[in-house]
Design a protein around this ligand. Structure first.
Ligand SMILES: [Zn+2]
Length: 407
């Protein structure tokens, strides 16, 4: 018999709370759907926030929060998270696991970067990161530019935006001023511990330099003029990740077709997966982890059968899910790298290879069309190889020359 679900909306704005009042909810955690905790004095979100399993909206505007716990990912029903007007310095990568999240408001914080896994939020309709200290944007901050409004105005530390973001969001479209620090050179130079690219820009008979501090994930940046090939490890990760993406696509499609079944059939295309595991088997790597399926269960050549419990079903899959399900045979450190995903993918539209830590940058200047003027903005493009970078540069004007400061 279905029981009628009660829902509780808690209006706790302006109450002077100094702690997130989760203990007030003891025994009633499952009933809470909305919590308003605006303008209190809360400095942290508790690690056991995941107990509020049915929480759909969480409003924390105007508190004193500096970080969100990784456990926020356990709020699998969460649709709206508003943490604007706090002192957030980072957002955990696990935010990407909030499959239902539609609104994420992070305005007026101290964020310097956004997690790469943000683009896994496929339900997201609105993301706002205005008035922060962003230094860099992920190549793909949101999953779909048509379905999600993305705002990142007034981030004076943001010197460059990804080429693909400009291409999808601003090319040939009128917009408002971004008010980012793109060509603002009056600021003091700050060279960080990360890699720093010094750009030399020629504009209106003037030459000046801008330093761009790269995100910490970008460990192995190659200057354009140099040639040093990627490591075998890098190449292996790229290939493995592409195989994982194939499985993700296929599995997500199969889900839609056979959504009322417990068993799914992956066709011969996923043979790559079987072959990969066989290869690893011969290496006899012992991870002390049980594999989650039995390869002797081949029904016929080219078809493997996998069984899942109903509770494991999702409406879509991301690489991390697939790695956890199928790639248990991989060495742990590779699994972690693959689960975190590549830092970007090649901006050559004919290539799109995932890039882990071998990366070639190119920078160029493009225009953003405003209502009564236009604004120049520096774009960064990422490439898997020198040939991809050279191909992309053909026909591009305003390519900026640059060099690495800390080799
Ligand atoms: Zn490429």
């Amino acid at each position: 018999m279905d029981c009628v679900k009660s829902s509780t909306v808690l209006h706790w704005n302006y109450r002077g709370f100094t702690k997130f009042p989760i203990e007030h909810l003891r025994g009633e955690e499952d009933d809470v759907t909305d919590i308003y905790l605006k303008e209190n004095l809360i400095s942290r979100v508790p690690n056991d926030i995941g107990k509020l399993r049915n929480l759909e909206s969480l409003y924390l505007t105007g508190n004193d929060i500096t970080e969100l716990p990784r456990e926020i990912s356990q709020l699998q029903r969460l649709k709206c998270l508003d943490v604007s007007g706090n002192r957030l310095r980072g957002v955990p990568d696990e935010i990407g696991e909030l499959r239902e999240l539609k609104f994420l408001i992070l305005d007026e914080n101290e964020l310097r970067e956004l997690p790469l896994r943000m683009s896994e939020l496929r339900s997201l309709r609105y993301l706002s990161v205005c008035d922060n200290k962003l230094q860099w944007l992920p190549q793909r901050p949101i999953y779909n530019y048509f379905h999600c409004e993305f705002r990142f105005w007034r981030n004076p530390g943001l010197k460059t935006i990804p080429y693909s973001l400009w291409y999808h969001m601003f090319r040939e479209q009128q917009t408002r001023s971004l008010n980012i620090g793109s060509l603002n050179i009056t600021e003091n130079r700050q060279v960080s511990n990360n890699m720093t690219c010094r750009l030399t820009i020629h504009q209106e008979c003037r030459e000046y330099e801008i330093d761009i501090n790269c995100p910490p994930q970008h460990k192995n940046i190659v200057e354009t003029g140099r040639y040093s090939p990627p490591s075998l490890f890098e190449l292996t990760k790229r290939i493995a990740y592409q195989m994982i993406l194939t499985t993700v696509k296929q599995y997500t499609t199969n889900f839609n077709i056979y959504s009322d079944r417990n068993n799914y059939y992956l066709d011969s295309k996923s043979n790559a997966l079987a072959n990969l595991e066989k290869t690893f088997d011969t290496l006899a790597i012992d991870n002390n982890v049980e594999t989650c399926y039995d390869f002797n269960k081949y029904q016929e050549p080219g078809i493997c059968q996998y069984s899942y419990k109903k509770s494991e079903r999702r409406n879509y899959y991301v690489p991390k899910d697939i790695i956890e399900m199928f790639y248990t045979f991989l060495p742990y450190f590779i699994k972690i790298e693959l689960s975190n995903g590549p830092i970007s993918k090649c901006d050559n539209a004919y290539c799109k290879k995932p890039i882990f830590d071998y990366l070639i940058y190119e920078f160029c200047i493009e225009k953003i069309i405003l209502i009564d003027s236009s604004e120049d903005v520096i774009l960064n493009a990422n490439f898997c190889s020198k040939s991809c970078a050279d191909f992309w540069k053909l026909g591009k004007q305003n390519i900026i020359s640059w060099r690495l400061l800390n080799q």
